[in-house]
Write a protein that binds this ligand. Structure first.
Ligand code: HEM
Length: 240
């Protein structure tokens, strides 16, 4: 929370809001174009080598979608164009977000959990609150709860950088100047498989994020993310 005035709670700074919506748009295109690329080669391998007929750790065929059908559904050329375009948008937007917010102390207070919040008992209590949807209108509450903070830290500081590094490990233009990156993963196929697994984790995060937005009032939440402020009575409930 940045500032309170009677019944107005300022929840999101201007830079967070701009970066949030740019990130949402680029995530949508990265996921969509990533699926289009994947469908062109719907198998995953571990290590250095992977081609049709080679032992795979995942085959879309095993889920009832043949190579031919997958290829018809996908569009690698379109996918690559948009994936590379939005990878730039994603990376630049992420850097702007970190540089813009990294100099502000309240950013760390807002995103990182305090030690006192990290006890198992507290996390369990908040989790039960969350799955029962006991927290109505939590836009009026001061700050994020411990589970939200842990999720945001995991996504912002672990999953997003990992997507960038594993993406770079698949780019011949980049690995030509830095082949150690492929060795770091133990092979391009491992980097690709981990890139896809992390995409799925991001999809899980995205679904839970949307469920929370709808459960706590989609219109109010979206308006708050557009205007930055929540107008209304403040909840008495504190879940930290
Ligand atoms: C954060 C959101 C992202 C998602 C959800 C995502 C998802 C995917 C998926 C599903 C694939 C298909 C894997 C395959 O079959 O080869 C893929 C490929 C790829 N991604 Fe991402 N990605 C994201 C971000 C990035 C970023 C930031 C970069 C750049 C640093 C990147 C670089 C690549 C590359 C180079 C490929 C291989 C494309 C090809 O074969 O031509 N991705 N991504």
């Amino acid at each position: 929370m940045l500032k309170k005035q009677d019944n107005v709670t300022v929840r999101h700074s201007l830079n967070s809001r701009i970066c949030h919506w740019i990130m949402a748009l680029s995530f949508f295109y990265l996921l969509y174009s990533g699926v289009m690329i994947f469908l062109h080669f719907p198998e995953l391998y571990w290590g250095k080598v992977g081609f049709q007929g080679y032992p795979a750790i995942f085959k879309l065929e095993d889920w009832g979608i043949s190579w031919e059908l997958a290829e018809r559904l996908g569009d690698r050329r379109w996918g690559r164009n948009y994936h590379y375009l939005f990878a730039w948008v994603f990376v630049i937007n992420g850097l702007v977000y970190l540089l813009w917010n990294g100099v502000r102390k309240d950013f760390y207070l807002k995103i990182f959990p305090r030690f006192s919040e990290l006890s198992f008992k507290n996390i369990k209590r908040v989790f039960i609150f969350q799955i029962r949807f006991s927290v109505k209108n939590d836009v009026s509450m001061p700050g994020y709860n411990v589970i939200q903070k842990l999720c945001y830290v995991f996504v912002l500081f672990i999953l997003f950088p990992f997507m960038i590094i594993s993406g770079l490990a698949q780019m011949p233009a980049f690995t030509a100047i830095s082949p150690e990156l492929i060795d770091l993963f133990g092979g391009r196929q491992t980097a690709r498989t981990l890139h896809v697994i992390c995409s799925l984790l991001l999809v899980v995060f995205f679904i839970v994020h949307l469920v929370q937005v709808f459960a706590s009032g989609a219109v109010t939440q979206v308006r708050t993310m557009v205007t930055g402020s929540y107008v209304g009575s403040k909840s008495e409930m504190k879940v930290q």
